[in-house]
Design a protein around this ligand. Structure first.
Ligand code: PHE
Length: 521
């Protein structure tokens, strides 16, 4: 039985990923089609936007392009929401107490989004528009490690060694099958030859690894008279002991994570800085949503300023709620019955996710292990270590020491801060002998426990079609003058691109009511 994309995304806690992305392969043609029209005139109508993350800022920016007045209400004292880049001095909440992140000059850590696929055309087009410079984000790195308690006595293996051992074995099976006509039924001789050549080239002609260094070698190329010897494949039976073998080997093949991936130069929050430079909206920072209601003429929104507790009412023509629904539980939202029900349902669907960051005074992964960017895979709840894709050759750096989702996030979120760091360090020192000597500080973020986020993402699309009356189907249509936007209202939940797509839809609902029906829907 094939490991389907559905199974993989389910394992990640984001079950029910978009089939459309597959069908279009590289869905660039969807880009312009979904952008709200700029051929309308808002005539100064006032829109309140709850939340200054990517969805909120996109909403403000697009509305401003067509003559609307906007106000962004943001509970935090920074814009960006989950798009959060840590630099030295950042304060990070944890159940066990607040952490102060200490990083070296020039180092940063993307605690939320960290990578941008090439098919996230809307986000990339804002980067272009706002002058946000991009650079490669290395995810797949054959020189990084695979680590499993179940294999090779828990000793690290280079990804290339583990992966090509598996691939070679499977190619051998396929070559053998060819002899019996498996899969080649109806093919002519040239087609069969072509398949065979492909397989033989992948197996380097004569059995696993023979004559090939693709699985690794016993020494580097040098100027001596003896060539390196290719490593023997690891027996399939040995690798098959790892319950996470399939996911570890296939993560780099998922459409979201295929090369090339990108990141903004200087940190993911450069995207937010770009919006910040171009959005005119009045910003009410440190201001929480208390209540929201509407009548035929407009919306009334009660907000509380956190610094003095003062509550006041803001009036506007429309409101777009972009805050995560899990944080709105305590707000008094006067919505239609079906929107009220949908908000409550969606609020309960937010998933946990955590990341660990380690600050290092020396880039041991580069200097000792020859790892420049990419990820080591761990058969355990920390899941992956990531190495920075910027600043190669610098002295100091920050590595990611865990990124959990799905069942692993459930385990991780139950640990104390001390246990989380100890667990990550346990893998760290097995991956890298210099880990303990060179690491100077560790930090953990559990997104479920972050005020004003209360979760990583909510995946509302359970299947290929959102049923009528489901939270997704209801919330994507406004309740009269109140619209919703956020990554959870797209097929790219947990992605900035999804936030943008949903914001475009919310904007169109206001600016093109004839097309989108600004009614209960
Ligand atoms: N976008 C996030 C990531 O790259 C979370 C995510 C994972 C979203 C898997 C969808 C699928 O890891």
């Amino acid at each position: 039985m094939a490991l389907t994309r559905r199974e993989i995304t389910k394992w990640l806690g984001v079950a029910g990923s978009s089939a459309a992305a597959f069908k279009y392969g590289y869905a660039a043609e969807l880009d312009e089609a979904r952008k709200p029209s700029r051929n309308v005139d808002g005539n100064g109508a006032h829109v309140l936007i709850i939340g200054g993350g990517v969805a909120g800022l996109t909403t403000a920016y697009e509305l401003e392009q067509v003559g609307y007045r906007t106000t962004v209400v943001e509970a935090r004292t920074r814009l960006g929401g989950r798009n959060w880049t840590w630099r030295d001095g950042e304060k990070v909440e944890h159940r066990d107490g607040q952490q102060t992140v200490r990083l070296s000059e020039g180092d940063y850590f993307n605690a939320g989004p960290a990578r941008i696929p090439g098919f996230h055309t809307n986000l990339l087009s804002y980067c272009r528009e706002f002058g946000v410079a991009l650079e490669p984000f290395v995810y797949e790195n054959q020189n990084a490690y695979f680590l499993s308690d179940a294999c090779r006595n828990g000793e690290r293996m280079r990804h290339r060694h583990a992966r090509y051992s598996v691939y070679s074995a499977l190619e051998e099976v396929a070559l053998e099958g060819l002899k019996y006509g498996v899969l080649t039924e109806g093919m002519d001789a040239a087609q069969k030859k072509s398949i065979e050549t492909f397989l033989r080239l992948r197996t380097m002609n004569a059995g696993p690894f023979d004559g090939s260094y693709r699985g690794g070698m016993d020494k580097h190329f040098d100027a001596s008279t003896t060539m390196p010897v290719g490593l023997e494949p690891i027996p399939l039976a040995e690798l098959a002991r790892s319950p996470a073998l399939a996911i570890s080997m296939s993560t780099f093949d998922m459409i979201e994570w295929q090369t090339s991936l990108m990141q903004p130069v200087g940190g993911m929050d450069r995207v937010i800085a770009g919006f910040d430079r171009h959005v005119k909206a009045e910003r009410l920072m440190g201001t929480e949503l208390v209540g929201l209601s509407q009548d035929d003429d407009g919306v009334a929104c009660q907000v509380r300023e956190r610094r003095n507790g003062e509550v006041r009412t803001l009036n506007a023509d429309y409101c777009v709620v972009t805050a995560g629904l899990s944080v709105l539980a305590s707000a008094d939202l006067q919505l239609s019955e079906k929107h009220t029900k949908a908000v409550a349902e969606a609020a309960g669907r937010y998933a946990k996710t955590s990341k660990v960051a380690w600050s290092a005074k020396r880039r041991f992964w580069e200097q000792d292990d020859g790892i420049y960017g990419g990820a080591s895979s761990i058969d355990g709840p920390a899941v992956q270590f990531w190495y920075p894709s910027f600043g190669f050759g610098k002295d100091t750096g920050v590595i990611l020491g865990a990124y959990t989702a799905g069942p692993n996030a459930e385990i991780w979120n139950d640990l104390s801060l001390e246990q989380q760091l100890a667990k990550s360090a346990g893998y760290g020192r097995r991956l890298h002998t210099a880990f303990d000597d060179e690491v100077v500080g560790g930090y953990n973020i559990d997104w479920m426990d972050q005020p004003y986020s209360k979760g990583g993402w909510a995946w509302l699309m359970d299947g290929p079609e959102a049923p009528e009356g489901s939270a997704y189907a209801v919330l994507r249509n406004p309740d009269r003058r109140i619209a919703f936007a956020g990554d959870y209202l797209s097929q790219l939940s947990g992605w900035q691109e999804g936030a943008i797509l949903s914001a475009h839809r919310a904007v169109a609902a206001i600016t093109e009511p004839a097309q989108q029906t600004m009614q209960q829907g």
